[in-house]
Write a new protein. Structure first.
Lengths: 118, 510
């Protein structure tokens, strides 16, 4: 179980990082989504991996799972969901306004604009 | 006084909701509400500063849940000073924007109030996860402000800004997760105790978590090698927003100072002053890189943005020394660099809006209205940013150099700060002479539509410069106050007792 969770987090982060470094906005958005999934699973695991345990301590309960990471994951999911929606809208708007979907605003092979910026 | 601690968060939050729900169709009412709320915020935060100066740190438990189980807000001298600085800067920005900028897009004032809420919350919170939440609040508001009155260049820079900060947020959660998995707490004061008690086998994980967190704070503070988002973002943001963002880099610097002096400071055993060996070289490289950018800049806004990177390098050099003297000097420079960066962005907008199609490119152009008056303002702002006498930048850099005298890296710090100051003077001198002096000999005159003497923007820009003059004139009392702030930062037991009660220190290092 530890191996399964750890390797899936690692795989998600690796794929997310690869996609994040791509030049077009769509893979970047997918990359960010993958990384946020990985982070959510990681947050779950930080309260140790337990199965079929109650999250709330009552009389007679000796084994329980840590409820705090679950609350944190809920917050993280809400924020990352909203942010994914925002960045999808933003990249569509940028595509419509700039005319291409590259993160630095110019198609592959076009001359660099660095000379007349800044 | 305890209940007033939450006001700098609640007041902008309520105002933002009111503005967006009740008065969204009436720009005049929006301005009235927004300015009135910011003035009230200045009053409240000033009284918090006065209160914090005479008292030990004070805690406010949200919903009255006791620490470390609930979220706490903590008011000490440092956080009081930072919220006061935020509200003063906010007042200048909202006055500037209320002339015309707030009509170029929708919901400027609502987003502005949410931004103030996020920044104030980040300064006041005593909980690491709550710090993440307030980071998100201020970032989400800043995304909206950054894209205010969009355009192709701004969208491109905004997209990059959002992506880098979302990545930063993911890393923040990873860091928080690692720290929680080892210490079982997210309350900063409790963290300080748990870090001293951590099992040797878990130390590596805790160290990794703490360094991931440092990375995230340094993204916010625009430290090399993760500074690259700042020049593009600041140079393309709307002017009042760029001025407001002067406080955003300071949020990163504040977080470094808070977490790495409290939880990973004196009492952390093996992990004492964990951030120091990484922070100092990075800060010095940032300083060199920022000021080199000032020399190389071809546009006015780019020039100012790179000078902000350079000033963050100076500030974090002072913080990285982690001595009471250097922290006090760094905080003085923090106050100074916030106002001077904001003033320069506001003045640059006044210049750009008068240059018509020449915009902010650093080329000679015919003269424009009030070029003499604006030249004086730009000159004063540039003197402040470069750290020349008589303004506060000089005093700040002098104190930092003085505080670095006992450091092992003293030669490096002195050499780099002095040489980069010269670079900054040359960069701003060249920009000023191109914009005003050489342009004076070009025939013709640029005429643009709009108010000739826009009152509010000029008042706001002069107000920011006036804050620098006050900071200089009252350099002595301000420095005395900042030494008190630094002393309280190093007296971590006072902070811990304020949050966890008198007996908490008995749990240290068991």
């Amino acid at each position: 179980m530890e191996f399964l969770v750890a390797s899936s987090i690692g795989l998600l982060i690796a794929c997310g990082t690869y996609l994040l470094l791509r030049g077009r906005t769509f893979p970047v958005v997918i990359g960010l989504a993958l990384i946020s999934y990985a982070v959510n699973v990681f947050l779950f695991a930080m309260g140790r991996l337990t199965i079929n345990m109650p999250p709330i301590l009552r009389d007679g309960v000796t084994e329980y799972t840590d409820p705090l990471p679950q609350a944190l994951v809920l917050t993280a999911i809400v924020i990352s969901f909203g942010m994914t929606a925002l960045i999808v809208v933003l990249s569509i708007r940028a595509y419509l306004e700039i005319g291409n979907d590259h993160v630095d605003g110019r198609p592959v092979g076009a001359p660099s604009e660095a000379g007349d910026k800044n | 006084m305890g209940d007033w601690i939450v006001v700098p968060i609640v007041l902008p939050a309520v105002m933002a909701a009111l503005i967006v729900l009740a008065v969204r169709h009436d720009i005049i009412l929006q301005r009235v509400f927004s300015i009135a709320a910011t003035v009230a915020l200045v009053g409240v935060t000033l009284s918090l500063v006065v209160f914090a100066n005479g008292h030990d740190p004070e805690m406010y438990a949200l919903s009255d849940w006791p620490a470390p189980f609930g979220i706490v807000l903590v008011l000490d001298r440092l956080s009081a000073m930072m919220v006061f600085l935020t509200s003063l800067l906010g007042l200048g920005v909202v006055l500037f924007a209320s002339s015309e900028w707030d009509q170029r897009g929708k919901h400027f004032h609502a987003l502005f109030q949410f931004q103030l809420m996020g920044v104030n919350g980040a300064f006041l919170t005593g909980d690491v996860f709550n710090l993440f939440v307030f980071f998100e609040v201020l970032l989400i508001a800043s995304y909206g402000l950054m894209l205010h009155g969009a355009g192709a260049d701004r969208l491109k820079a905004g997209m990059q800004y959002v992506v880098i900060n979302l990545t930063g947020s993911a890393l923040f959660l990873l860091g928080v997760g690692m720290i929680y998995s080892v210490t079982g707490t997210l309350n900063m004061a409790d963290l300080a105790i748990q870090v001293s008690n951590v099992a040797p086998g878990d130390a590596a994980l805790l160290r990794a978590g703490a360094l991931v967190l440092l990375l995230v704070f340094c993204v916010k503070a625009a430290l090399v090698p993760i500074h690259f988002w700042l020049p593009g973002t600041y140079a393309n943001a709307p002017a009042p927003v760029a001025a407001l963002f002067a406080i955003m880099t300071k949020v990163g610097a504040y977080s470094v100072l808070r977490v790495y002096s409290l939880a990973f400071g004196d009492m952390a055993g093996d992990m004492s002053w964990l951030a120091q060996p990484y922070l100092l070289p990075a800060a010095l490289i940032t300083l060199v890189l920022g000021m080199t950018g000032v020399l190389a800049a071809k546009r006015l806004n780019g020039l100012i943005a790179f000078s902000v990177v350079g000033s963050m390098g100076t500030l974090l050099t002072a913080i990285a020394l982690f001595t009471p003297e250097s922290i006090a000097a760094g905080l003085y420079y923090l106050l100074h660099s916030t106002f001077s960066a904001a003033a320069l962005f506001l003045i640059a907008d006044l210049i750009i809006s008068r240059r018509g199609q020449f915009g902010d490119s650093l080329n000679t152009a015919p003269t424009f209205h009030q070029s003499g008056f604006l030249a004086v303002l730009f000159f004063v702002g540039a003197i402040a940013m470069a750290g020349m006498p008589p303004l506060s930048g000089f005093l700040g850099k002098l104190q930092i150099l003085d505080a670095a005298r006992d450091s092992d890296a003293m030669v490096w710090i002195w050499a780099i700060i002095l040489v980069t100051s010269l670079m900054c003077i040359i960069g701003f001198g060249r920009a000023g002479s191109v914009l005003f002096w050489k342009s004076a000999s070009v025939d013709g005159e640029i005429t643009v539509e709009g108010a000739k003497w826009p009152v509010l923007p000029i008042v706001a820009a002069c107000g920011m410069l006036g804050a620098l003059v006050v900071l200089t004139a009252f350099g002595g009392p301000v420095t005395d106050y900042l030494h008190g702030v630094a002393a309280q930062i190093f007296d971590t037991s006072g902070y811990i007792q304020a949050v966890l009660g008198e007996n908490a220190l008995a749990l240290l290092g068991q």
